[in-house]
Design a protein around this ligand. Structure first.
Ligand SMILES: Nc1ncnc2c1ncn2[C@@H]1O[C@H](COP(=O)(O)OP(=O)(O)OP(=O)(O)O)[C@@H](O)[C@H]1O
Length: 361
């Protein structure tokens, strides 16, 4: 969908922003460009909407060289979100968002209706829509920035450090929201960040760049964490990458163990003497543990075997499985399906076995 072909940029003062970048961002995916300061992330992004003209190579959008045709027209088909949102301070939130559809030729009234619709999508109500940008929090301003980029209904979004200026808690909220939106919208997103955690969280594929816009590795997050291409990448990805992989490895290969069960309210003791028993309600949902001592204990977190989605990141991944195992008083966790019905037990060792890298021969 977006293809960089040997894209190079030498600025007028001789600075090499990009040496030769080749990379394809696939349709409907979030492709993240990550790397240290000055490695050329922003420059790369801006070659797509021609805010920067490459000095060599070309950028293709849906197979067409962006250098052909009118840049203004090109930009109307590309949503663009920047740090600090870049809102017009003298326009109300609603009109900030309506700008893009107005530019696209929609009558003002329809453009405003469209703006209200996308604002609601990003969690901002009518009262917010009537405020001035300065009357919003940093996180709300970023939401408006995202809404404005979505208002044009462009299939491509360029996002340049859009969440960098907000505190870590809001940042995670905004990331979750982007993932939720993306699950609905399926845009082709090119996302720039210097934060590897953000890259790994959001990217379907992550491009790690070094200075000069040279591609060090381009891979899905799990592969980046499991098999960094070289020392630069492993240094950049960080020391706790083994642990962080937990959240990205689907637990489909995890074998559930059998656990004794009993109906909740049944006054008989443990189903198997000396063992922990899961108490199930009438709908087969686990309610509590019955200890070997005959006392009830809290269940701890449960592992949801299916339905991994943006809203509950850990569901269906090894992170969720390990958390269930470690937070349970029984030394093993309880697995449930999407409806909350009991599926089996999770042993911590089984989770760790799946994470263990292949031994080096
Ligand atoms: N207009 C310009 N003139 C000269 N040099 C420039 C210009 N714009 C960017 N550069 C240089 O090009 C290189 C890449 O810059 P770019 O902004 O793309 O990096 P970045 O990876 O986005 O960095 P950061 O994370 O710090 O924003 C840097 O060395 C920068 O100083």
């Amino acid at each position: 969908m977006i293809e960089f072909r040997d894209v190079g940029k030498r600025f007028a003062d001789g600075t090499v922003g990009l040496e030769s970048l080749s990379l394809t961002a696939r349709e409907g995916e979030i492709t993240v460009l990550v790397g240290p300061s000055g490695c050329g992330k922003t420059t790369s992004l801006r070659t797509v909407n021609r805010m920067v003209e490459p000095t060599s190579g070309s950028v293709l959008l849906q197979g067409r060289d962006v250098a052909e045709g009118d840049p203004a027209l090109l930009r109307r088909g590309i949503g663009y979100v920047i740090q600090q949102a870049g809102l017009f301070p003298h326009r109300r939130v609603l009109d900030n968002v309506a700008t893009v559809p107005v530019l696209q030729g929609l009558p003002r009234k329809e453009a405003r209706a469209r703006a209200a619709e996308v604002l609601e999508r990003v969690g901002l109500d009518e009262a917010m829509a009537q405020r001035w940008p300065a009357q919003l929090s940093g996180g709300q301003q970023q939401r408006v920035g995202v809404a404005r980029a979505l208002a044009g209904d462009a299939p491509v979004l360029l996002m340049d450090e859009p969440f960098s200026a907000v505190d870590p808690v809001v940042r995670v909220e905004l990331q979750d929201e982007l993932l939720r939106l993306q699950a609905d919208l399926g845009k082709t997103i090119l996302f720039v960040t210097h934060d590897i955690d953000e890259a790994i969280r959001l990217g379907d594929r992550v491009a790690v760049l070094r200075v000069g816009g040279r591609l060090a590795q381009f891979a899905p997050p799990d592969e980046l964490l499991a098999h960094p291409a070289d020392e630069f990448v492993s240094g950049f990805v960080g020391r706790d990458r083994g642990y962080r992989r937990l959240g990205f490895v689907p637990a489909t290969a995890l074998k559930l163990t059998e656990l004794p069960t009993r109906a909740n309210g049944d006054t008989a003791g443990p189903a198997v003497p000396g063992e922990w028993t899961v108490l199930l309600d009438g709908a087969e949902r686990p309610a509590a543990w019955l200890g070997p001592d005959g006392a009830r204990h809290e269940l701890g977190s449960v592992y949801v075997t299916e339905g991994a989605d943006a809203a509950s990141e850990a569901a269906g991944t090894l992170r969720g499985a390990l958390d269930a195992a470690l937070s349970s008083p029984a030394g093993r966790g309880v697995a449930v399906d999407r409806e909350g019905r009991f599926r089996g037990g999770v042993a911590p060792d089984d989770v760790l076995a799946l994470l263990r890298p292949d031994p080096v021969p």
